[in-house]
Design a protein around this ligand. Structure first.
Ligand code: SF4
Length: 431
């Protein structure tokens, strides 16, 4: 039996796709083995969101060939889609597959397994079919991702993703619900709906949207928690929240990418909201879901960002009081409008600004966590740490560690949140 190993870079969508490709190989009779071992086939699911992701993708491709020089190397994902020529030039790459047609990965391998090199990167910008990959189980894990949507039509001026993933394409709601039921029957109790731009779900198929999906998924037996991956801020307006507010399984964690807290910078980024509109949205969410964790992405050092603009961002971020934030330094992506913008910011200035914003966000995170000290929270425990503590997540995505004689893996238990250590709660199980 031939052995196949996978390596995933990047986002939850990539992780979902790797899981689905792994299932296609194992159901075709291949043995899935760890990446570090000598496999006959390696599948590298790449990312291109920043310059660093490209470099990391190339490193992993080379490492796979080192693991077994006689192996067959398949490179797929966003870097392969946007830079197939660069991938072609890496020694030992045999099959290049972009971000489409992965459902055919096994037959493509079997057709070309004796070919030195074959590339089938489709013209993603004119693709309108959803590449229907799906997953039938998550092994013993009780948490799972389900991909509901592909592509993005937003074209934020700094972002390469629309050129890697193409226009929006939604999965049919019935397929998503069927996969949710199937996973629930296999013991998955927490589902995260992922996509490149999940706010666009249903727009292209002119069918029901994300709110309708959540209302229907909320009725599925066996599902205890439903999470949303990163979502376009303006989606979560009053009308949307009114539709979903009775979904008792929806976790109160909303990741709304802000990117900048300055309207001038947002305009240059081609983001589709102002700071005032963004603030209204997060306040609306906090009114309906008082324990909600609002998390975000902030980009520092965007082309043309002046000291005054950056200070405006700092003031807004302080006012927004995020539960946590990912801080990114702007990374020029060839082929995006912003890469040609004047007044690019120096790496030293980006470093300085990310430190400043990080300190503001760290304080907001601690102040958010302090609100929950002494309260009880339901936790889904996932793993046992080397320290002997069990680690899990609350509904609003807080990490909790508890001690227990009982094996708590994949179990829900209520814990009293006793104290904060770094970014984690130390808790005590409530009998
Ligand atoms: S919304 Fe903007 S940042 Fe997000 S994937 Fe689309 S273009 Fe990129």
């Amino acid at each position: 039996m031939k052995k196949v190993a996978f390596y995933t870079l990047g986002c939850k969508v990539n992780q979902y796709e790797t899981e689905a490709m792994s299932e296609l190989f194992s159901s075709a009779g291949y043995e899935v083995c760890p990446f570090g071992s000598a496999a006959d086939i390696y599948v590298i699911n790449t990312c291109t969101v920043t310059g660093m992701s490209d470099r990391k993708s190339r490193q992993i491709i080379r490492r796979a060939k080192k693991n077994n020089p006689n192996s067959f190397l398949i490179v797929t994902g966003c870097y392969a889609q946007t830079s197939p020529d660069a991938v072609r030039q890496i020694d030992g790459v045999n099959l290049i597959l972009g971000t489409q047609d992965r459902k055919n990965i096994v037959s493509l391998y079997e057709q070309h397994s004796s070919t030195m090199q074959y590339s089938c990167v489709s013209d993603i910008m004119h693709t309108h079919d959803f590449d229907n990959l799906n997953i039938s189980e998550y092994g013993t894990r009780t948490r799972g991702y389900i991909k509901i949507q592909e592509g993005c039509n937003q074209f934020c001026s700094y972002c390469i993703i629309p050129y890697a993933r193409g226009p929006i394409r939604s999965r049919y709601i019935k397929d998503v619900l069927e996969e949710s039921k199937r996973l629930a029957e296999k013991g998955v109790t927490e589902i995260t709906y992922v996509g490149i731009h999940i706010a666009s779900f249903g727009l292209d198929t002119k069918s029901e949207g994300l709110a309708e999906l959540l209302v229907k998924a909320n009725k599925i037996d066996g599902i205890k928690r439903i999470r949303l991956s990163s979502i376009e801020p303006m989606t979560l307006n009053e009308e949307f929240v009114n539709k979903i507010k009775d979904c008792d399984k929806l976790c109160h964690h909303f990741h709304l990418s802000l990117q900048s807290g300055c309207d001038k910078t947002l305009e240059r980024m081609n983001r589709k909201y102002t700071t005032e509109e963004y603030y209204r949205i997060i306040n609306g969410l906090r009114t309906h879901f008082p324990d909600a964790a609002i998390t975000t992405d902030i980009m520092v050092g965007f082309a043309g960002e002046t000291d005054a603009e950056f200070e405006e961002t700092c003031r807004f971020v302080k006012k927004a009081e995020f539960a946590s934030a990912h801080i990114f330094q702007y990374s020029k992506r060839r082929g995006t409008p912003a890469a040609e913008y004047p007044n690019q910011v120096s790496p030293q200035m980006k470093e300085r600004r990310s430190k400043i914003i990080n300190a503001i966000c760290e304080e907001s995170k601690q102040s958010f966590m302090r609100r929950f000290v002494g309260t009880d929270a339901e936790v889904l425990f996932e793993q046992k740490k080397a320290s002997g503590y069990y680690e899990g997540k609350t509904g609003n995505y807080q990490t909790v560690l508890v001690q227990s004689d009982e094996d708590l893996r994949n179990k829900y238990r209520t814990a009293k949140l006793i104290e904060i250590k770094n970014d984690t709660f130390i808790g005590k199980l409530v009998k």
